[in-house]
Design a protein around this ligand. Structure first.
Ligand code: HEC
Length: 254
């Protein structure tokens, strides 16, 4: 009985391996979610996009003279359709002031950039014409928040206090959240503002420019560049805002 079931398992294993071995040819990537471009290609595409497209469609694809190339508009126009349609639209009519003026490879790079900005993952090989022809577009996905590292541009909220050394800092601060620098004046979604009080301490490098004495003890929301040193986090402030004129009580310590 045992040997029989062992043989059966072996047989199952062998057939699965055989099936697995065939998979790549049978299941070619069919959608933009299958990693059909590389990060390097999208980076090239971003540079070309900024040179040839951004002034009408904005650097963040939000749309200006031309429609937005992301979110609802992108979904309405392109989701569920062949990628070839988007490719054709771009290569034959864009840039609007000089249609079909870019090299084929440059258009592919720009397409990779559009896909990356719309939340589709990069993969191991570059987007080629052959790939464009076999793939369909899906609704966009929110891009994952980038991890917070040293020199990240972040938002953080906490209680403004004066440290023993006379320096200003945020106490009981939330975990810093990476945000995009405000390249435009449109209001940005609140990130850390809604976060619960945290346990971080953030030293503010240039608080003096923001009249800290007047805001002492307030709940402050600050944006800036995070500098992580061993045992200390510092922030160079690029904007500061009072969220509340008093600081909520500290969270209970565990
Ligand atoms: C001079 C301004 C201008 C430039 C530069 C430009 N576009 Fe456009 N784009 C437009 C306008 C206006 C429309 C809508 C009307 C039309 O199709 O002509 C449009 C439409 C589009 C559309 C269709 C989007 C939709 O939802 O209907 C795509 C995709 C697009 N552009 C991509 C690009 C790309 C990629 C580049 C750079 C290679 C680019 N555009 C450069 C102005 C521009």
């Amino acid at each position: 009985m045992r040997t029989l079931s062992l043989a059966a398992s072996l047989l199952w294993l062998l057939t699965s391996v055989a099936a697995y071995g065939r998979m790549p040819t049978e299941q070619q990537p069919r959608t933009v979610a299958d990693g059909i471009y590389t990060d390097a290609q999208a980076a090239r595409g971003q540079a070309s996009y900024e040179a040839a497209c951004a002034r009408c469609h904005r650097p963040d694809l939000g749309g200006a003279d031309g429609p937005a190339l992301k979110d609802d508009r992108f979904n309405r126009m392109f989701a569920g359709k062949p990628l070839l349609g988007l490719h054709e639209r771009v290569t034959t009519t864009m840039p609007r002031n000089a249609p079909a003026s870019l090299a084929e490879a440059v258009y592919l790079d720009i397409l990779a950039h559009l896909l990356r900005e719309n939340g589709f993952p990069a993969g191991a090989s570059e987007l080629t014409m052959a790939m464009v022809e076999g793939v369909s577009v899906l609704p966009t996905r929110p891009r994952p928040a980038p991890p917070v590292g040293d020199f990240s541009y972040v938002e953080v909220s906490g209680c403004l206090a004066r440290g023993p050394g006379g320096d200003w800092m945020l106490e009981q601060a939330s975990d810093p959240v990476a945000v995009k620098p405000a390249l435009d004046s449109r209001p940005q979604p609140p990130a850390a503002a809604t976060a619960p009080r945290g346990r971080q301490t953030i030293h503010l490098i240039d608080a003096m420019a923001y009249q800290p004495e007047r805001h002492r003890g307030h709940l402050w929301k600050v944006r800036g560049t995070l500098i992580r040193l061993p045992g200390q986090q510092r922030l160079t402030i690029s904007s500061a805002e009072t969220l509340a004129a008093a600081c909520p009580p500290a969270p209970a310590t565990p």
